[in-house]
Design a protein around this ligand. Structure first.
Ligand code: KG4
Ligand code: ZN
Length: 324
């Protein structure tokens, strides 16, 4: 039974997970209402708010799981990549508990933890091709086994979630734009032809051209058909993400694909990949939406499957490279 802690961005989260899959509690306190006023996450405010919430959130996770710290066998915490001030709050809290209780401490790579969301409450197992799409990352990752991941493609500019948020801002939608565009796209028609960028020699992504195309469209045509613009932009992102995931799976001879990260909560993306998997005879894992966006259950799961603990002098890193 592992206690997970996640404070890499604007969610302060704690969870208790048994055997890497059984979620006994999953408590998330989002600061989104505070940051919305600024149109994005303010790192210093995020860190300060984490300090105010962390002990309550951890206690609540223990309460909801109906366990005490004496039942916990390890402490897992995201130690990067992320906002370093925010990360340090969770890390130091995790270290303190681990040190006082003499428990193993597991520093977890945030992207690796997103992948592990696929193991929660499911029997899903490697090997599979995972598309990790979040606010900071867009990665195609071959997950060979629980401890071996290889990045095959990545964004060369904006992450998919970042593109959603920036387009959302230009459409005058509140932060974060992703869920807002998702909602709007449902009532729109993808009638505008926006570009789908792809590189012939690699599985990398690029979304900045698409973002500029939406901006140019708005400058020329105004905001009359916001729902159609949202639907068309979202469709362009989905087309690229889905086709590249299928290509990557085929290239590596994998018949299992999975989604992870905040953008994996997108209904249009979930529907499109479900259909594509069906048509191509691929097994598909879609974590519940609550496990796609930042949470601590995935952090606890990641520690369980990784296995080897860290020293108590573990540090936090804003960027961590790609060895997951
Ligand atoms: O994984 P996450 O919670 O945090 C990071 O690690 O970045 O992802 C947050 C990102 C934001 O860009 C947000 O707009 C996007 O995920 N997102 C969505 C949806 N829900 C969250 N994007 C599109 N559709 C959604 N339903
Ligand atoms: Zn994340």
């Amino acid at each position: 039974m592992i206690l997970g802690i996640e404070t890499s961005c604007d969610e302060c989260a704690a969870a208790v997970v048994a055997e890497g899959r059984r979620v006994l509690s999953n408590v998330i306190s989002s600061q989104v209402d505070i940051h919305r006023e600024y149109g994005g996450v303010v790192p210093e405010i995020a860190a300060r708010k984490h300090i105010e919430s962390i002990s309550f959130i951890v206690q609540e996770a223990l309460n909801q799981a109906k366990v005490s710290l004496d039942d916990i066998k390890g402490i897992a915490v995201s130690n990067g990549p992320g906002l370093v001030g925010a990360l340090l709050v969770g890390l130091n809290f995790a270290k303190s508990i681990a040190f006082v209780k003499g428990l193993p401490l597991y520093g977890v790579h945030h992207i690796f933890s997103h992948i592990c969301a696929n193991y929660l409450e499911e029997e899903w197992e490697p090997p599979f091709m995972c598309l990790v799409v979040s606010g900071g990352h867009t990665h195609l990752i071959e997950v060979s086994d629980y401890n071996n991941c290889q990045v095959l493609g990545r964004t060369r500019d904006d992450a998919a979630g970042e593109a959603f948020d920036k387009v959302g801002r230009t459409l005058g939608l509140p932060y974060p734009g992703g869920p807002e565009i998702d909602r709007l796209a449902n009532s729109g028609t993808p009638s505008i032809s926006f570009p789908r960028s792809r590189f012939n020699d690699s599985l990398d992504f690029s979304f900045s051209g698409l973002k500029s195309a939406v901006l140019q469209y708005l400058q020329k045509n105004g905001q009359e058909n916001v729902a159609d613009i949202a639907a068309s932009f979202q469709q362009a992102v989905i087309d690229v993400l889905v086709s590249r995931t299928l290509e990557a799976a085929e290239k590596r001879g994998l018949n299992k694909i999975a989604l992870a990260g905040g953008v994996a909560a997108n209904k249009g993306l979930r529907d499109a990949i479900t259909e594509a998997a069906k048509q191509n005879g691929l097994a598909l894992s879609l974590p519940k939406a609550v496990y796609c966006t930042d949470n601590a259950a995935m952090v606890a799961s990641a520690a369980y499957f990784r296995g080897s603990p860290d020293n108590y002098d573990l540090n936090a890193y804003p960027s961590m490279g790609e060895s997951l």
